[in-house]
Design a binder for this molecule. Structure first.
Ligand code: MSP
Length: 646
């Protein structure tokens, strides 16, 4: 059967500086989706690249005493090195300084001009060079860039303008007709409001510097860097030089971008495409930002995290796993070294590493390394049934979650299966079975179920941790090249042929011992210093059942948590209530770290009158058991967000 095409892109990064862990996050997300789609049988075109023109780069090159091209060449090489180290599986890397791109930008500028949608006028306004963005006076924030807060510069020059205003209504209609187009919904609403506020025509050329693509019919102008950059997506898809490829992959399925550049992708880019008579991308997805220990990364704060150093220290898969597991797509997330080490030790070394190690070890010791067939004569034991049906459900559910872009939910669901399999070892006690020759058949069944679970796990985790899936595969002794496995292989129990010979276990994730005392101390403050229990408070005044029934308690899932600046007891939580997301401020910071909270299923009252706490509107309150010393959140693990608590 012919494979369906699927085109996903990352933004093209500015080679003004080396990339940091936030950029690596974005590309890792896109790579995971691309790898998943390949696993699911799609013909994927995954694009990334570099956005090399503009005033910012020109100035950087000047400061360094080199030509702009010399400047970017070096940095672009470092991007490519990073993507290689992170195992990014892009099919193309587009540079905006390439001849193929130059040709497309000039071609479409001319076409849109000929059509009358680009006209010459004069621009007078403000420009933020770091963001390469034009602003009018009313949009400024106390005279600074409303996006990044940095100073803006006055610009007054002859310019070509692009008639965004002409397409305003068509774009609104398109957004309304295509609810999937801008994701998540919160970004969509922002964009709709922005467009309804009125679109000004956009300045699309500059004359006060040279580092760009000349306007074909007026070469003292260079094309505005965002007009140039957005065009990369069709250049690489073959707009001018490969019509067949272009008709196969265009329109793009997903432009994955950071939240601050959704505006360019869901307003300027679609209007360029409309002016050209081309189809619009199916989805623009705005992901959140990665902050470091709660703070925005910046050179001046000295908190910029270099992904290359992290990969060298911990390995690419550990970094990828952390980013994908820790951060809910669409929300901001926090990077901390302690949280990273915790994840490596708890999830990768302990849960996954131990499952593999114990299983292979037992097969080696009890069966000489051979996977025997499960006992077909006995009825299926209920314990086995639980594991097998969880494995089957996980593989099905995983697909649904990935299709919904819930990467975080998908990887968590695989870890539920891993934990279940570890528990299965404890429940079935293979060591005891091995001592009794009469239980040999039962032992074979147990071991088979474990390797089979590991086979499924190896497939499902491979888009997330592409080195680890094949490593497990190899240790399980599975002959087929891992690259030829499919998602369907994970959805069918019983894929390992009896007689397969496993290899000796080799640890896939060594435990990181560094600073483990400090991590424990910060995560578990209450346990370190046992305190005398206070006597319980007296019972409160009686309430009627009707009074009680007024209070609406619900299960909520914590999607994100961060410290409230300047308040050491407070955390802001973003919670999912099934039908909506809310922000609440909770006084639990002394007892829980933000990392511990994300992913927890808690109980909260949802109809409490909203209150402003430290300027943040808190809509609801989580329930916790507490006395003077300790506090424990009331949790309802396994329940769906929004479920009623009575
Ligand atoms: N060159 C433009 C994009 C043009 S796309 C046609 C640009 N480049 S950038 O290098 O500044 O940013 C590239 C991407 O990195 C953006 O999507 C941005 O959101 C993302 N990130 C930058 N810092 C980030 C974090 N701290 N966290 C997550 N993503 C971050 O914008």
């Amino acid at each position: 059967m012919e494979k369906k095409p699927f085109f996903i892109s990352t933004p093209i990064y500015y080679p003004s500086d080396s990339l940091h862990i936030g950029h690596a996050y974005c590309t890792t997300l896109a790579d995971t989706i691309a790898r998943y789609k390949r696993l699911a049988g799609y013909d994927v075109f995954f694009l990334t690249g570099s956005d090399e023109h503009g005033q910012k780069i020109e100035r950087k090159a000047q400061e360094n005493g080199v030509t702009p091209l010399e400047y970017v060449d070096k940095i672009v090489a470092s991007f490519q090195n990073l993507w290689q180290k992170l195992n990014i599986s892009n099919d193309d890397f587009i540079r905006t300084t390439s001849a193929r791109h130059h040709a497309v930008v000039q071609d479409i500028f001319q076409k849109i001009y000929d059509k009358g949608d680009i006209y010459k006028s004069a621009y007078e306004g403000w420009y933020c060079t770091p963001c390469e963005t034009f602003w009018v006076e009313r949009q400024l924030n106390d005279g600074t860039c409303p996006d990044c807060g940095r100073p803006v510069e006055k610009v007054q020059e002859e310019s070509y303008f692009f008639r965004l205003s002409k397409y305003q209504d068509r774009l609104l209609q398109y957004i309304e007709d295509n609810p999937e187009f801008i994701q998540p919904v919160s970004r969509r609403n922002e964009m709709v409001n922005f467009i309804k506020g009125g679109l000004d025509d956009l300045c699309v050329s500059r004359t006060t510097f040279d580092w760009g693509i000349p306007v074909p019919f007026d070469p003292k102008h260079v094309v505005y860097v965002w007009f140039d950059a957005l065009t990369n997506y069709i250049t690489a898809a073959g707009y001018l030089d490969d019509k067949e490829k272009f008709s196969r992959y265009w329109p793009a399925d997903i432009h994955l971008v950071g939240k601050e550049i959704v505006r360019f992708h869901s307003i300027i880019w679609p209007i360029i495409l409309m002016a050209l008579g081309l189809e619009l991308p199916k989805m623009v997805y705005g992901h959140g930002w990665l902050v470091v220990e709660g703070d925005k990364m910046s050179k001046s704060k000295g908190n910029v995290i270099d992904p290359v150093a992290l990969i060298d220290e911990f390995g690419a898969d550990a970094i990828r796993y952390f980013l994908l597991r820790e951060i809910t797509l669409g929300m901001d997330g926090n990077f901390s070294r302690d949280a990273l080490i915790n994840r490596i030790n708890a999830d990768l070394a302990n849960d996954l590493g131990n499952l593999l190690h114990r299983t292979l070890n037992m097969i080696g010791r009890f069966n000489g390394g051979v996977i025997e067939s499960p006992d077909a004569c006995q009825p299926v034991d209920p314990i086995d049934e639980t594991l097998i049906s969880l494995a089957n459900n996980t593989a099905m559910e995983y697909e649904k979650l990935m299709e919904k872009m819930d990467l975080n939910g998908a990887i968590k669901s695989v870890w539920v299966l891993i934990s279940r399999a570890n528990k299965y070892i404890d429940e079935t006690g293979p060591w005891a079975l091995a001592k009794d020759p009469a239980k040999k058949e039962r032992l074979n069944t147990v071991l088979y179920n474990l390797v089979e679970t590991l086979r499924i796990v190896a497939i499902l985790i491979s888009p997330f941790v592409p080195l680890t899936g094949p490593k497990i595969w190899e240790q399980l002794g599975l002959g087929l090249p891992f690259a030829s496995t499919t998602l369907q292989d994970a959805q069918q129990w019983g894929g390992i042929p009896a007689g397969t010979v496993v290899s000796k276990p080799v640890p896939i994730f060594p435990r990181i011992e560094e600073k483990s005392d400090e991590i424990e101390a910060s995560a578990l403050p209450a346990k370190k210093q046992p305190k005398v229990e206070a006597s319980p408070a007296p019972v409160g005044p009686e309430v009627t059942i009707d009074e009680f029934a007024k209070m609406d308690f619900r299960v909520a899932k914590v999607l994100a948590a961060e410290k409230v600046k300047g308040a050491d007891k407070l955390l802001t939580l973003t919670v999912d209530l099934g039908s909506e997301q809310r922000t609440i401020v909770s006084g639990i910071a002394k007892h829980y770290t933000p990392e511990e909270l994300v992913g927890q299923t808690v109980v909260m009252i949802v109809n409490l009158k909203p209150a402003k706490i430290r300027g943040i509107e808190s809509r609801g309150m989580v329930l916790a058991a507490s006395n003077d010393e300790k506090l424990a959140l009331v949790t309802a693990s396994g329940m769906l967000p929004g479920s009623k608590v009575k």
